[in-house]
Design a protein around this ligand. Sequence first.
Ligand SMILES: [Zn+2]
Length: 129
Amino acid sequence: MTNVEMQNLRNKLDARRRDLLAVLDNREDLYIERQADSIDEIVEASSRDFAVMRINRNARSLRDIEAAIDRVDDGTYGMCGDCEEPISPRRLAAIPWATLCVRCQENADRRGEHQHGHTPFEDDVLMAA
Ligand SMILES: [Zn+2]
C-alpha cells in the first residue's frame, strides 16, 4: 500500500470513527418515558432493547475502527491477527477494519466469536447448544 493509499485509508477510518462517536453521544432514545398501558410498555421495552443493541454494536464497531487506526500507525495494517497472512485487498476494501482474513473469520464465526448484532438471548442459546 502506498503512502497516499495509507493516508486515504486513515482519513476514511477517522471519518467513520467520528460518525460513531457522534452516534454514541446521542443516547436519549434510551430514556423513553414509562407508559401506563402494558402494550406500550412492551413496545417501549423492545425499542429500548433495540437502542441498547444498536449502541453495543456501534461501540464494538468503534473498537474495531480504533484498532484498525492503531494498526495503520504501527504498520501491521492488513495482516490477519490470527494467522498473520495478509488479508485480501478485496476484503479490506469491503471492511477496512477487518482484523482477520476470511478463513480465520469463518473459523471465529464457527466458534461463536466476533459475532455482530446478536442479542444476549441468542448468546444463551449458543451456550446451551
Ligand atoms: Zn488468518
